[in-house]
Design a binder for this molecule. Structure first.
Ligand code: GDP
Length: 442
């Protein structure tokens, strides 16, 4: 998942700041130099980094921060807010037509993931909003492109409109008529890609734009290409005008520069991110949640949404309620582990878990065996102990360890992890109570 290096470096900086207790202006400036380096190493555009650091510094060296009882936490809070702003603040949704079919033009360079994303997004809109999408094959230059759209469409059981190699603009218009006649309220136009932005491509896209008046032009870019993705976004926006970006392959992008730069450089929001090759691996992009992930505070909201999508609604609601009320116990942890097994890619989920726990889970050590150990330890406890692990004394820990063929250190490690997780859950529920944002972490 993206941002590993950045996350690590920022956390090291904040740890140093926290270790100091009171902060001087110099401490903050020193910390900001580290933040600056961390962002540059994450391949964030130079100008964006410069402005970001200037804004944070200006806010952070104020007396209300430095004189506060928790200056380091205030600094982290400011970084969190400014990272959120940098990525666009609130989640930007797809604009939908008030009547008639919504037309979404999917554009992008070859290999960015346009065709895959078209199907993913259509599937997401059907799942989340109950829409009835139609996919239209407007990339007429490569027969393989039409075939590919048909393949991904059939995998998701989505209708695909194609007319072979005709004029792409006419095909788009015909697809719209087809949608009206067949009750499809959302039409995705899968347009042609090129290796580079070129005039012929832009002319065709512009012609299509003025012929079908799309409600949304979404540009698909590959996160792994870093600043090239940002440049592609600028070029498409200047030539064609785009409404938003889908950033694909975030799962393979260890740095995160594109995610952090696109909005600031182009003014256009990232609306969705692709997080894997499977057709359900797409998520709406939430700048605030992404900022929390970068700062190691986890993304419990996305986690809960995934849980809701994957499991029993009642159970997910119960979990959310428990998180809000700060009543998350080892038993809940155990139940979650059980469910997580059925949720798919573990390291991606781990990225949504807060703090040290998330980082540990994300590391190479995450494996079925370790999960099995954790489960075995929790199972060896009595129900009362699972609710109140603080009652465990040395002899009970020995017995629990013996009961599952492990050592006392394994039991202690689990308890420590769980404790850290609870601290964060506590801050999370406080933050929610204070108005939906994360506050007071650190
Ligand atoms: P197009 O040429 O822009 O239409 O790109 P494709 O849709 O053919 O995708 C190119 C490759 O990227 C394919 O192998 C996809 O499976 C892969 N891909 C697309 N989105 C993602 C993603 O979010 N994560 C990963 N890991 N691979 C992706």
């Amino acid at each position: 998942m993206a941002f590993e290096g950045l996350s690590e470096k920022l956390n090291a900086t904040f740890k140093r700041l926290r270790g100091k207790g009171r902060l001087t202006e110099n401490d903050v400036r020193e910390g900001m130099r580290e933040v600056r380096l961390a962002l540059l190493e994450a391949d964030v555009s130079y100008k964006v980094v410069k402005e970001f650091v200037a804004t944070v510094t200006e806010r952070a060296v104020g007396s209300d921060v430095l004189d506060s009882l928790t200056p380091a936490q205030q600094v982290i809070k400011i970084v969190n807010e400014e990272l959120t702003n940098l990525m666009g603040g609130a989640n930007a949704k797809l604009s939908l037509a008030s009547s008639g079919p919504t037309v979404v033009m999917m554009v992008g360079l070859q290999g960015a993931g346009k065709t895959t994303t078209t199907a993913k997004l259509a599937g997401l809109m059907r799942r989340q909003l109950g829409r009835r999408p139609l996919l239209a094959a407007c990339d007429v230059y490569r027969p393989a492109a039409i075939e590919q759209l048909k393949v991904v469409g059939s995998q998701l059981d989505l209708p695909v409109f194609e007319q072979g190699q005709g004029d792409p603009v006419e095909i788009a218009q015909a697809a719209l008529r087809h949608a009206r006649d067949h009750g499809n309220d959302l039409v995705f136009l899968d347009t042609a890609g090129r290796l580079h932005v070129d005039e012929a491509l832009m002319d065709e896209l512009k012609r299509m734009k003025s012929a079908v008046h799309p409600h949304e032009i979404l540009l698909v870019v590959d996160a792994m290409t870093g600043q090239d993705a940002v440049n592609a976004a600028s070029s498409f926006d200047e030539a064609l005008g785009i409404d938003g970006v889908v950033l694909t392959k975030l799962d393979g992008d260890a740095r995160g520069g594109a995610a952090l730069s696109i909005r600031a450089v182009t003014g256009k929001p990232i609306k969705f991110v692709g997080t894997g090759e499977k057709l359900e691996m797409i998520e709406p992009f939430h700048p605030d949640r992404m900022a929390s992930r970068i700062l190691g505070m986890g993304d419990m909201l996305s986690f809960i949404e995934k849980a809701e999508a994957a499991f029993d609604q009642k159970q997910a609601a119960k979990l959310e309620e428990k998180l809000r009320k700060n009543r998350f116990t080892l038993q809940d942890y155990y139940d979650q582990l059980q469910q997580i097994r059925g949720m798919g890619d573990l390291s991606q989920l781990a990225g949504m878990m807060p703090g040290q726990l998330g980082r540990q889970l994300q590391g190479a050590s995450i494996d079925e065996k370790q999960m099995a150990h954790t489960e075995a330890i929790i199972l060896s406890m009595t129900p009362l102990e699972r609710e109140n692990p603080q009652i465990l004394n040395a002899s009970r820990k020995r017995r629990i360890a013996a009961g599952c063929g492990l050592e006392v250190v394994d039991v202690n490690r689990l308890l420590k992890q769980f404790d850290a997780m609870q601290q964060i859950v506590k801050q999370f529920s406080k933050g929610r109570a204070a108005g939906g944002r994360m506050h007071g972490f650190g």
